[in-house]
Design a protein around this ligand. Structure first.
Ligand code: NAD
Length: 457
């Protein structure tokens, strides 16, 4: 049988595409070498959020005095947290399996190796997996990404080194940890370990942690975390690692003669991820840029009938971007009118620190780079009654970037709990190109922290 669509990779891109194309009545086959759900569900978003929620419960219980609550003998059981995490993941993976099953999508467990049909045999692909060959008209590559291992001497084969997957699988908490890379993964793990009482050192090469986010928002987190005792070193380069010892040099100081070092039981390396191109060797002419597959606005690659979605495209490595790309790609493949595109300018992102950071659209400095004159409105989160009621002693910020000429909302940057839950309202405004006057007509429920958007915009 010739499938309409063969999908390689069963993460948010792959399973979304499979469901959408199957729902449209097409024969779909999906290959996945590990578990359905990909990095996000198995070793990324969901397991980290499960553990972070456990840590937050413990942290809140031990810091509840400010709300007039004292609890004695508060303890946590890391094994129980891990067990719960595994159950959450298992249930969600089973849900995806059931959804694909309902749509009669064929799922094959194994590494897939696609190649074009031999010349003269028409357009299409042969895909080998587990010694069986399948044929498909269209191919979608959703192979995701893997943790990047930087060329720092002493990382390879060092048992003290963890990547995020190792950290999530660990049966026991480390006694202390050094986190190399203060990006999204680094700061979420810093939050987890800190809230569970593990001494944390973060080493970041750039002048700030979370370098892609609004600096004022990041500064609030930095101040809070440093005050709480997390050792955060910025503009710091890791020179080498020997066992449990990390040798660093400051990028901002001229005198590099005395290289200081830090030791911890574990060293988590989280310095980014790279597109996973495993198995694609036979697609000789597939266009790549800096190791990621080049796609057009419909997620089509340079090869006929070959699409790519998700982290493997190196666009924005977020699960919700992957699933949106999959919707657009399948729509294009099915020639659904009107053809949809992805609004990359309105992709929300969240960092699950405590407090959470959420943002959408451009920052002030990006506006300057793009020569867009903007107005910036800022309000402390404490302007919100609900925030005050529930965030004793905390600060937060809502920063809104608007086009100085037509007053459309270009970016919103938030820090303060639970901003992850209402950034979607700002995404909607950016996506639809709302002006501040249009946004002001939206009624926000009171008392909610989301009202800060209404106040600031
Ligand atoms: P990242 O790009 O967010 O951060 C990596 C950090 O490491 C950067 O700040 C960089 O300056 C720093 N760095 C690089 N080399 C270094 C070195 N040698 N020494 C010290 N610092 C160094 O990457 P990540 O945190 O590994 O995350 C990978 C991807 O996964 C990202 O695209 C991220 O957005 C995504 N992710 C998203 C979420 C979320 O949406 N909440 C959570 C986790 C991961």
């Amino acid at each position: 049988m010739k499938y309409f669509l063969a999908i390689i990779g069963g993460g948010p891109a792959g399973y979304t595409a499979a469901e959408k194309a199957s729902k449209a009545g097409k024969d779909v086959i999906l290959f996945e070498q590990n578990a359905l759900g990909g990095t996000c569900l198995n070793v990324g978003c969901i397991p980290t959020k499960s553990l972070l929620y456990g840590a937050k419960q413990y942290y809140n219980a031990t810091h509840a005095q400010k709300y007039g609550v004292t609890a004695e003998n508060v303890a946590f059981d890391f094994a129980a947290m891990q067990k719960r995490k595994t159950i959450v993941v298992r249930k969600l993976v089973a849900g995806i399996k059931a959804r694909l099953n309902n749509e009669h999508c064929t799922v094959v467990n194994g590494v897939a190796y696609p190649r074009p049909l031999p010349e003269g045999k028409g357009e299409g692909f042969l895909i080998s997996c587990n010694d069986v060959t399948y044929e498909a008209e269209n191919l979608m590559i959703c192979t995701g990404s893997t943790n990047f291992v930087p060329p720092i001497p002493g990382i390879k084969d060092n048992p003290a080194i963890w990547d995020s997957t190792d950290a999530l699988a660990a049966a026991e908490l480390p006694k202390s940890i050094i986190i190399v890379g203060g990006g999204v993964i680094g700061m979420e793990f810093a939050t987890l370990y800190h809230e569970l009482g593990v001494p944390v050192t973060v080493i970041e090469a750039m002048p700030t942690i979370l370098p892609n986010l609004d600096p004022e928002v990041v500064q609030i987190l930095l101040d809070k975390y440093r005050k709480a005792g997390i050792n955060i070193l910025t503009s710091t380069k890791v020179e080498k690692i020997e066992g449990n010892e990390v040798f660093v040099s400051s990028l901002s100081e001229a005198d590099q003669s005395n290289i200081p070092s830090f030791s911890a039981e574990r060293i988590l390396v989280s310095v980014g991820r790279r597109a996973n191109l495993q198995g694609l060797e036979a697609l000789n002419d597939l266009e790549l840029n800096r190791g990621a597959i080049v796609i057009d606005e419909f997620c089509k690659t340079n090869l006929p009938n070959v699409y790519a979605c998700g982290d493997v495209t190196g666009k924005i490595m977020l699960a919700h971007v992957a699933s949106r790309q999959a919707e657009v790609a399948v729509g294009r493949m099915l020639k659904q009118i009107p053809l949809q595109r992805i609004a990359y300018n309105a992709i929300p992102s969240v960092v699950y620190t405590n407090p959470e950071i959420a943002s959408v659209g451009i920052t002030e400095s990006q506006a300057a780079e793009m020569s867009i004159p903007v107005e910036v409105n800022k309000l402390p989160m404490t302007f919100s009654g609900r925030f005050m009621a529930e965030n004793e002693g905390e600060t937060g910020l809502c920063k809104v970037i608007t086009d100085a000429k037509n007053h459309s909302i270009l970016g919103v940057h938030l820090i303060g709990n639970p901003c992850s839950e209402f950034i979607a309202a700002a995404s909607f405004a950016v996506r639809m190109g709302y002006t501040t006057a249009e946004f002001q007509q939206v009624v926000f429920p009171h008392p909610t922290v989301s009202e800060i958007l209404h106040e600031a915009i």
